[in-house]
Ligand binder design. Structure first.
Ligand SMILES: Cc1cc2nc3c(=O)[nH]c(=O)nc-3n(C[C@H](O)[C@H](O)[C@H](O)COP(=O)(O)O)c2cc1C
Length: 357
C-alpha cells in the first residue's frame, strides 16, 4: 500500500521514499508541518501549505462538548479535502468520557489521527482545566488517553506545552502519555504562563526526545528554513511544527526563504490562495482572506499604499485589480515580476539563520 506524499501525491515507490516517521501505523513523509492555528489552518490554507510540502494536516482545535449533539457549525472545522493525509483532527476538553464520545463520533469522518490539545493557554480554555489546564491534572491525562486508546483504533496524539508555570512537568506528562498509548507528542517549548512571550525552550524538546520512544514534534519560534534544520539538529526531533511564521509564508515548507521568491511566484500563490478561499467560503472568503493578504504583502514598502485598499476590497475582482496594479508597480520600479526577487523588495532582509540561537 502506498501513501500520499506531503503534497497529496503518492511516493514513487515505498522503498525509494521511506517515511520520515510513523504515527502508530500512519507514515509521515516530510518533517515540516503547519501548526494547528484557530482561524488560519483551514481547508484553503492547508491546501496551500500542502502544495508547498507541509507533511501533516491538523485542523484547529474543536471543543469536545460541541461535538456531542446534532451537527453544528463546529463540525465544519473538521472539513477536509480528498487526499489530505495524514489528516489530524484536534479536540480539547476537560472530561475524559466526553472526549471519548467526541472522538468516537469524529472517527466516522475518517481522520488518520486524533490529537488532544493540551497546549491552549487562553483563560477560557485552560481556566476550566482543558488545553494546557490538563497538564495540571495528570490523572485526567492518564484517564483520557487510556480511554481513547483502548476504545479507538485511530492513533491518539497530544500537543502540549512545558507545563503550567515554572514548575514544568512535561516529562512526567510525557511518560503518562506514552504509558497510556499516545502515538506522538508535539511540544511547544513554553509554559502556559509564558503564553507566546520569551523564547521557546529547545533544550526541553531535546530532553523530551531522549525521554520517550514515540515520535516527537518540536514547536516554537521556527521562522526560516534554516530554523527547521537548526531545531532538528538541536533537539533530534522527528518533525518541526511551524505556526506564526507560516502565515503568509507557505514557502517555508518547501525550505525556501521569502527573499528567494520572485514577485511572480508570490503573486501566483496569493491568487491561488484567494481562489481556494472563494471556492471554500463563497463571498465570506473575501473578508476571511484579508488577514492572509496582509501577511503576504506587509513587508514590501513599494506596495504599502495598496494595503489599505486591499483590506477594504469588497470583491475578488477588486482584489485582482489591485494585484494587477501591484504587478505594474513592481515592473515599473524593479523589473519584470518573474525576475525580481523579494530580496530586492523587502523592507529589511529576514534572518536566514536563527537570530535566537
Ligand atoms: C492564531 C493562533 C491560533 C492557534 N490555535 C491553535 C490551535 O487551535 N491548536 C493548537 O494546538 N495550537 C494553536 N496555536 C498554537 C500554535 O499551534 C503553536 O503551538 C504556537 O504558535 C507556537 O509555534 P510558533 O512559534 O511556530 O508560532 C495557535 C497559535 C496562534 C498564533
Amino acid at each position: 500500500m502506498t501513501h500520499p506524499t506531503p503534497n497529496g501525491s503518492r511516493p514513487p515507490a515505498a522503498s525509494a521514499t521511506p517515511p520520515n516517521f510513523w504515527v502508530g501505523p500512519i507514515p509521515v513523509y516530510g518533517d515540516a508541518i503547519l501548526s494547528p492555528m484557530a482561524g488560519y489552518s483551514d481547508v484553503p490554507y492547508r491546501a496551500i501549505c500542502r502544495a508547498h510540502g507541509s507533511a501533516m494536516h491538523y485542523t484547529e482545535f474543536v471543543a469536545a462538548e460541541l461535538l456531542q449533539g446534532r451537527p453544528n457549525y463546529f463540525w465544519s472545522l473538521l472539513d477536509r479535502q480528498p487526499g489530505e493525509r495524514p489528516m489530524v483532527f484536534q479536540i480539547f476538553g476537560n472530561d475524559a468520557q466526553m472526549m471519548l464520545q467526541a472522538a468516537r463520533r469524529i472517527t466516522t469522518l475518517g481522520p488518520d489521527i486524533i490529537d488532544v490539545n493540551m497546549g491552549c493557554s487562553t483563560r477560557k480554555v485552560s481556566g476550566r482545566g482543558a488545553g494546557v489546564g490538563m497538564m495540571r491534572q495528570p490523572q485526567l491525562v492518564a484517564e483520557t488517553f487510556a480511554l481513547l486508546t483502548r476504545h479507538l483504533t485511530t492513533p491518539i496524539t497530544a500537543k502540549m506545552r512545558l507545563g503550567w508555570d515554572d514548575q514544568v512537568n512535561y516529562l512526567e506528562i510525557a511518560r503518562i502519555l506514552e504509558d497510556n498509548g499516545a502515538a506522538l507528542i508535539a511540544l511547544h517549548g513554553r509554559t502556559k504562563e509564558q503564553k507566546y512571550g520569551g523564547t521557546a525552550n529547545w533544550d526541553a524538546i531535546a530532553a523530551l526526545k531522549q525521554a520517550v520512544c514515540i515520535p516527537v514534534i518540536g514547536n516554537g519560534d521556527v521562522s526560516t528554513p534554516a530554523g527547521i534544520t537548526a531545531m532538528k539538529a538541536h533537539t533530534g526531533c522527528d518533525g518541526v511544527m511551524i505556526g506564526r511564521a507560516a502565515i503568509g509564508n507557505p514557502w517555508i515548507f518547501a525550505r525556501r526563504t521569502r527573499e528567494s521568491l520572485t514577485f511572480a511566484e508570490l503573486l501566483a500563490t496569493i491568487r491561488q490562495h484567494q481562489a481556494e478561499m472563494m471556492a471554500y467560503y463563497g463571498r465570506r472568503g473575501i473578508s476571511a482572506f484579508r488577514k492572509h493578504l496582509k501577511r503576504y504583502l506587509e513587508d514590501l514598502p513599494l506596495l504599502e499604499s495598496l494595503l489599505t485598499p486591499l483590506m477594504m476590497a469588497a470583491s475578488a475582482a477588486e482584489v485582482q485589480d489591485l494585484l494587477a496594479i501591484a504587478e505594474q508597480r513592481v515592473s515599473q520600479f524593479a523589473g519584470p515580476p518573474h525576475q525580481v526577487h523579494l530580496a530586492q523588495l523587502l523592507r529589511r532582509p529576514q534572518p536566514d539563520s536563527l537570530a535566537r540561537h
